[in-house]
Every structure is written in structure tokens, then in C-alpha cells.
Design a protein around this ligand. Structure first.
Ligand code: LLP
Length: 403
């Protein structure tokens, strides 16, 4: 059990706390599910890009799925070997593509025909060959929140099967491209297995038809998306997930790559925030806390549910409250109509499942420095990111003040 009260006292609030042992457990469970098959777990850095978090996974043999050259640099800095780094994303700049080729990462995951042309040109300019994979959009409804669904033709991600085929042929005939992989990712927080299996089957069929054309791919990249339990969702079991994928790969000897983010970090993370005061507006009761949407955006952006635990001496009867922050937006809330006991100044709220897409989606809106991050491992706590200071926030502007 993590002593949240002690951590809040020592490191102040708002504060992110990550249970590194839980991350280890999740990583090992997933690795175990693919045992006996060539596989790479490429941690999706975007879920929680703290260097120490990435390093923690790197030490267990993880690769990294990156979506900007900044993430590629982070992964390398954290000790992820270059041959386990993938660079995806619908809009890569020429400079990013060049750097990825120069850094000799596993492959650049290409998301459009136009991009394939740019990657070829950049490789040519550098006098190199770029390993690539192509992100296929299998047009499958992943049955998740529309903002995090990616595998439908309505979404901006990937290319249709026919386009992909054309692109592989073009890549094979290019002196500067080496097609090594195929990729799909139909969405995030997936709790149903069938859409994933269907997508894998469509993509595996494409691999077989490419084999006929003498295009042999080594990597079958199934993206991320494994859902977790925020409230009462039924999460997919890693074993079932692996079996469903493997079932589509008959007669294909490929290395499976998966890119989990949320599964590895979400339920390892806690966001600690202190109660400033309660207030009543008409019939509505609010608990105002020191954390805000700039720290944890998910409730405001997706109306996402995060469990909240109150640490208080008060054992009064629970009432329904809205938990809100100090930011000047009505959308600045962590929960609505949530049952909590009466709270007092300095009581602590622990917001759960905050380890993925929490800190990383934070901002400095309202000139709020982002909170510190603390890792807990083997019963010991350590800071892995300092709290941002006011001086830090203005550092890039101050020199431009008129005298
Ligand atoms: N691979 C690719 C290509 C992705 O686009 C993503 C996530 C992942 C892997 C990792 O997905 P995961 O295993 O974490 O589901 N901000 C949203 C989630 C956005 C996900 C974006 N892509 C949220 O807070 O729910």
C-alpha cells in the first residue's frame, strides 16, 4: 500500500505518483502472453513519457513506439536500443524523417502515399536506405470513444488496403526504401477482442497477398489499444489477446510487435490533489481542489471517469459533489456528481488510473506550473520530475520584455 498522505506531505500537491512495481507486473504479464513467439513490446511513449518511466521499461527489454522525433530522442536517452524504436504519426516533417533515418531506428511507420515519397526522398538525400512499415487502416469499428478511435476510414490514420499494396510495390522497387513491417492500430481503450481479431485477420491476409508478390515482411505490428479498468469495464486478458492475434498468423513467421501504453501505465498512476474548500451554488455542491484540468485533462476532454478516493478524518455521510479545479473554465472538473464524504481544507483526494495520458497531456494554462512526478518502487519513493517553477514558465519570454 502506498502512503499517499506521507507522499503529499513530503512532495506537496498537486502530485503524480507512479507505482513502478505495478508497471513491471503489467509488462511481464504481456510478455508472458506472447511467450514462445518472436515478439517485441514497444512501449507507447506518449502514454507517459517521463524519462524514468521509459527507462524502467527499457530495462525490462522494452522497445518504444514514438510519435515525434522528440519521443525518439527520449527513448534513446532512456536506453531503448535503436533497433527497437518505431516512429509513427500522420504528419512527420522532413527534418524528423531525416533524423529518424540517421539514427537508424527499426523503421519509420508510413501513413500516406505522399509521406512514402518524402521518406524516399530524405533517404536518397542522405544516401541511405530507410526501413519502413505501412500503417494500414482496416476500416474496423473499434467500439471505443470516438476521440480515440483510429481504425475507420473516417479517421485520419493509416491507408486503405489497396493503397497499402500499391505503396509496398513502390517501396520494393525503390533503391532507398526497405519495406520490413506492417502496422495497424484501430483505437485506444479497447475492451472488445473481436474488432482487434478482425483487423489482424484483414492485415494478415494483406501480408499473404504481398508474399505472393515476393514482398516478405518481418514485423507484424498490432499497435496498442488494450483497455484497462477505470470503473467497471471488463478488460481483455493479455493471454486472450495474444491468442486471438496468433490465430490470424497461421503459416506466417513474423515477429509480433505490440505498442501498449495505457495497459502498462494507467493503473500504476495516481494524481494527488488537496481540498481547498467546499462551496455551494444553489443546489450544487462543489469541492474545489488545488489540481486542475491543466494537470489531468481526460475528464474535461473525454468526460472520462476516474475513480476518486478521499483521505479524510471526516466520516460524515457521503453527498454528491462536483470536484473542480481553480482554472477559469467550466470544463475544469475531475468528476461530476461524485459521492464523497464532507471534506475539509487540506484533506487529500487520490485520483486513480492517472498514469497514462495524465501528466503528458498537461499544460501551463493559467500560468500553472506542472506538478512533480514521484516513482514508488520496492517501498521507496523518489522524484522523477521536479515541480515546474514560475521562473521556468517565463524563461522563454522574459528576455523579450521591452525595457
Ligand atoms: N500505437 C499507436 C499508433 C497509437 O496511436 C497509440 C495511442 C498507441 C499505440 C498506444 O495506445 P494505448 O495502448 O495507450 O491505448 N489521450 C487518449 C488516448 C490517445 C491514444 C493515442 N494513440 C486518452 O487519454 O484516452
Amino acid at each position: 500500500m502506498i502512503d499517499f498522505k506521507a507522499l503529499a506531505k513530503e512532495y506537496k500537491t498537486p502530485l503524480y505518483v507512479y507505482d513502478f512495481d505495478y508497471m513491471t507486473q503489467q509488462f511481464e504479464e504481456l510478455k508472458e502472453a506472447f511467450r514462445g513467439r518472436k515478439s517485441i513490446i514497444a512501449y507507447a511513449v506518449k502514454a507517459n513519457s517521463n524519462l524514468s518511466v521509459v527507462q524502467h521499461f527499457a530495462k525490462m527489454g522494452s522497445g518504444a513506439d514514438c510519435v515525434s522525433i522528440g519521443e525518439v530522442r527520449r527513448a534513446l536517452l532512456a536506453g531503448v536500443p535503436k533497433y527497437k524504436i518505431i516512429f509513427s504519426g500522420v504528419g512527420k516533417t522532413d527534418d524528423e524523417i531525416k533524423e529518424a533515418i540517421e539514427k537508424d531506428i527499426l523503421y519509420v511507420n508510413v501513413e500516406s502515399e505522399a509521406e512514402l515519397g518524402r521518406v524516399e526522398l530524405m533517404a536518397k538525400e542522405l544516401g541511405k536506405v530507410s526501413r519502413i512499415s505501412i500503417r494500414v487502416n482496416p476500416n474496423i469499428d473499434p467500439k471505443t470513444h470516438p476521440y480515440i478511435a483510429t481504425g475507420l476510414h473516417d479517421n485520419k490514420f493509416g491507408v486503405a488496403i489497396d493503397t497499402a499494396k500499391r505503396m509496398y510495390i513502390m517501396a520494393k522497387n525503390s533503391a532507398h526504401l526497405d519495406p520490413v513491417g506492417i502496422h495497424f492500430h484501430i483505437g485506444s481503450q479497447l475492451t472488445e477482442l473481436e474488432p482487434i481479431r478482425e483487423a489482424a485477420e484483414i492485415v494478415a491476409d494483406l501480408v499473404r497477398s504481398l508474399n505472393v508478390l515476393d514482398i516478405e515482411l518481418k514485423f507484424f505490428d498490432i499497435g496498442g489499444g488494450l483497455g484497462i479498468k477505470y470503473k467497471d469495464e471488463q478488460a481483455i486478458k493479455p493471454y486472450d489477446y495474444a491468442q486471438a492475434i496468433l490465430g490470424t498468423l497461421t503459416a506466417l513467421d513474423m515477429t509480433i510487435i505490440c505498442e501498449p501504453g495505457r495497459f502498462l501505465t494507467a493503473n500504476a498512476g495516481y494524481f494527488l490533489t488537496k481540498v481547498l474548500y467546499e462551496k455551494q451554488n444553489g443546489a450544487k455542491k462543489f469541492v474545489v481542489v488545488d489540481g486542475a484540468m491543466n494537470d489531468l485533462l481526460r475528464p474535461s476532454l473525454y468526460n472520462a471517469y476516474h475513480k476518486v478516493e478521499a483521505i479524510t478524518e471526516n466520516d460524515g455521510e457521503c453527498r454528491e459533489v462536483d470536484i473542480v479545479g481553480p482554472v477559469c473554465e467550466s470544463g475544469d472538473f475531475f468528476a461530476k456528481n461524485y459521492k464523497l464524504p464532507p471534506l475539509e481544507h487540506n484533506d487529500l483526494l487520490v485520483i486513480k488510473s492517472a498514469g497514462a495520458y495524465g501528466f503528458g497531456m498537461g499544460s501551463n494554462y493559467n500560468t500553472r506550473g506542472r506538478s512533480a512526478e514521484v516513482a514508488v518502487q520496492n517501498g521507496e519513493a523518489r522524484v522523477i520530475r521536479k515541480r515546474e517553477s514560475f521562473e521556468g514558465l517565463i524563461a522563454l519570454e522574459q528576455e523579450f520584455l521591452e525595457k
